[in-house]
Design a protein around this ligand. Structure first.
Ligand code: KG4
Ligand code: ZN
Length: 337
């Protein structure tokens, strides 16, 4: 059975073809809207939906070419049902419904975050259930106990900004274009992570919840202090040091909370997923935990169609027929059933 995966929850149009019988990803194509939104300093929802419309058909055609398949060979259509931007979700859902109707094939509605946390199964080194999942993306920072496919218990989460959001907002303070997470990480490589002692919010709290919004404010305050003394703008080295010190604070919190999640549940495997999961400093630090730690390949950390095709394939028993289009812009993963 060939599953077509469609991801359009935010600012990436991702398409993939996954062959279930052999467990092989036959094709994947991606169009990123980063350049489109950069000039506005963040994602503009209406522009995002329109851009998905412009690219989705061409990406499906390109994926079929890559896989040397035709549409008639597609056995089921997986698409991101939520959470995400409602207009963007509707483009993918509408396209999936139209195609399913035309081909007379079933639909597989997929939870975007489930796609992220199952993306580790696209890698060679496979993990097995149960495990702890750390989802660190632009919109979410959450720990789940994953007992089995579809069984996700929320253990703790950020009470305010997601880690990716904190990266992006701090990057903006350092003069980097949106989304600045990856670029901040590159600045950090040349910085001294001990230069500034930023707070590690909720590091010692007994629960597994986190808070990142104060960290961005601490960076802002530090920048103001540096600028008012006797200089008008930050030097390159100061920007690198601020980036490195900020990154160290985030990584320390995620490391400590991962340790707590593992200890509390008695589990010995941690799966790290989502865009911030591609951060090298985070990967290095988490790899030192006394547990099995699994990371998806870098290309599957950020939004993509492959994780949606795979999640759909793993849920082939949850097929639905074409019906009224329903998307879920707000959809906690713990409510998946
Ligand atoms: O999972 P994702 O692609 O989209 C969401 O579902 O949110 O994550 C995007 C987030 C952005 O905040 C981006 O800045 C951050 O992941 N990100 C990074 C890195 N690469 C992407 N943050 C820190 N270091 C990176 N290397
Ligand atoms: Zn995502």
């Amino acid at each position: 059975m060939l599953v077509l995966g469609i991801e359009t929850s935010c600012d990436e149009t991702g398409i993939a073809l996954y062959e279930v019988s052999t467990g092989t990803l036959l094709a994947h194509t991606l169009h990123s809207q980063v350049a489109l939104h950069a000039q506005y300093g963040g994602v503009v929802p209406e522009l995002a939906s329109r851009d998905h419309v412009c690219h989705i058909v061409a990406l499906v055609e390109e994926s079929l070419l890559q896989a040397k398949c035709t549409l008639s060979q597609v056995g089921a259509i997986a698409y991101t049902q939520g959470p995400g931007l409602v207009g963007s979700l509707l483009v993918g859902a509408g396209f999936a419904h139209g195609l399913a109707w035309a081909l007379n094939k079933p639909l597989l509605p997929v939870h975007h975050l489930e796609g992220h946390l199952l993306s580790v199964f696209l890698a060679e080194k496979k993990t097995t259930f149960p495990f702890i999942a750390l989802l660190v993306s632009g919109g979410h920072t959450q720990f789940f106990k994953v007992q089995a496919l579809g069984q996700y218990e929320l253990l703790g989460e950020s009470l305010d900004d997601a880690a990716g959001e904190a990266f992006d907002k701090t990057a903006k303070l350092l003069g980097l274009p949106y989304p600045g997470g990856a670029q901040l990480a590159r600045l950090a490589e040349q910085g001294n992570e001990e230069a500034y002692n930023f707070p590690r919010p909720m590091l010692h709290s007994a629960n597994i919840d986190m808070s990142f919004s104060g960290l961005k404010t601490a960076v802002f305050t530090q920048i103001k202090q540096l600028i008012t003394s006797n200089q008008s703008e930050l030097t390159f080295q100061q920007r690198c040091d601020l980036a490195a010190s900020f990154q160290k604070a985030v990584v320390s919190v995620l490391y400590k909370k991962s340790q707590q999640a593992l200890e509390r549940t008695g589990l010995n495997s941690l799966v790290v997923a989502g865009g911030v999961g591609s951060n090298t400093a985070l990967r290095k630090r988490l790899a030192t935990l006394s547990a099995e730690v699994y990371f998806p390949e870098l290309q599957w950390c950020t939004d993509n169609g492959a994780m949606i095709a795979l999640a759909g394939a793993l849920h082939l028993d949850n097929q639905t027929d074409v019906q009224r289009i329903k998307v879920k812009p707000r959809w906690p993963l713990a409510d998946i059933n």
